[in-house]
Design a binder for this molecule. Structure first.
Ligand SMILES: *[C@@H]1O[C@H](CO)[C@@H](O)[C@H](O)[C@H]1NC(C)=O
Ligand SMILES: *[C@@H]1O[C@H](CO)[C@@H](O)[C@H](O)[C@H]1NC(C)=O
Ligand SMILES: *[C@@H]1O[C@H](CO)[C@@H](O)[C@H](O)[C@H]1NC(C)=O
Length: 234
């Protein structure tokens, strides 16, 4: 069959009209997670991978580049976890026997849009809320209330499930002394100090050996030289 050009154009137009509206429709139908507010406070009920429970007060503060978690483990100590956007985290307890641990991660706190490009899995009812559910890189499963668009729950690959009990958009810490790690974080032997001590120790213990080898080789060289010099002489 030989189609004349106007007819071909007409067919193409029809086809485009058929395809394009359906594409637009699909795009509108796939919901995307609401980005996290720049600042919020959330009370989180968490079930850790071994079934241990904890309540965590999360103060997320993107403009200040920090995350404060105040963690109450069941019948345990109150643990402060300050995560800075430069990848440094301080874990400490307060009181007489306060402890502190400094960790360095390669990454900072989650960006407000960290769920971008998450895969939509449809709706599911959880904990009494009808939610849109997304999954990102097989690492996090995120449940957002269809009606209010507040996060309801998120699960991590390692089995930690987090349940959002309160979500106060715009709330921020009034008392910034809470995010100031206590002095003993900076006086104790940190991991970095420990590593540099180890390196220094390793060098100091290797030094005598290096010297020994050097002296021995020098001695050998002299002996060799004396031999050669002597042999060269008639
Ligand atoms: C915590 O999670 C474990 C494993 O999913 C589950 O068996 C347990 O019932 C949960 N506990 C609570 C109190 O939610
Ligand atoms: C990151 O920022 C915190 C708070 O300002 C600071 O205490 C820490 O030393 C910084 N870490 C690095 C690796 O610069
Ligand atoms: C601190 O440690 C000491 C010695 O281990 C102990 O006697 C004391 O009860 C501890 N204090 C607190 C508040 O835990």
């Amino acid at each position: 069959m030989n189609l004349n050009p106007p007819l071909t154009t007409y067919l193409v137009l029809i086809t485009l009209q058929l395809i394009t509206p359906s594409l637009q429709f699909t795009n509108q139908e796939i919901p995307t997670p609401k980005p996290w507010p720049q600042q919020f406070h959330a009370l989180l009920y968490m079930n850790l991978s071994r079934g241990n429970l904890q309540i965590s007060n999360l103060w997320y503060d993107w403009p200040r580049g920090l995350n404060l978690n105040i963690i109450q483990k069941q019948l345990g100590v109150l643990l402060y976890d300050v995560e800075w956007n430069n990848g440094t985290s301080f874990y400490y307890t307060l009181g007489d026997n306060g402890t502190c641990e400094i960790m360095h991660f390669g990454v900072g706190i989650p960006r407000p849009d960290f769920l971008d490009e998450a895969k939509y899995l449809g709706t599911q009812e959880t904990e009494g809320f009808l939610c849109n559910v997304w999954e990102k890189v097989d690492f996090i499963w995120y449940y957002e209330d269809v009606l209010t668009r507040r996060p309801v729950r998120w699960d991590f690959l390692d089995g930690i499930s987090t349940h959002v009990m309160t979500f106060e958009v715009g709330a921020f810490l009034n008392d910034y002394s809470l995010v100031q790690a206590p002095s003993y974080c900076f006086t104790q032997e940190t991991e970095a100090n420990y590593k540099s001590y180890l390196m220094t120790g390793a060098w100091l213990s290797v030094l005598p050996v290096v010297w020994g080898v050097w002296f021995w080789r020098e001695k050998e060289r002299k002996v060799q030289c004396i031999k050669e010099c002597c042999e060269e002489r008639p």
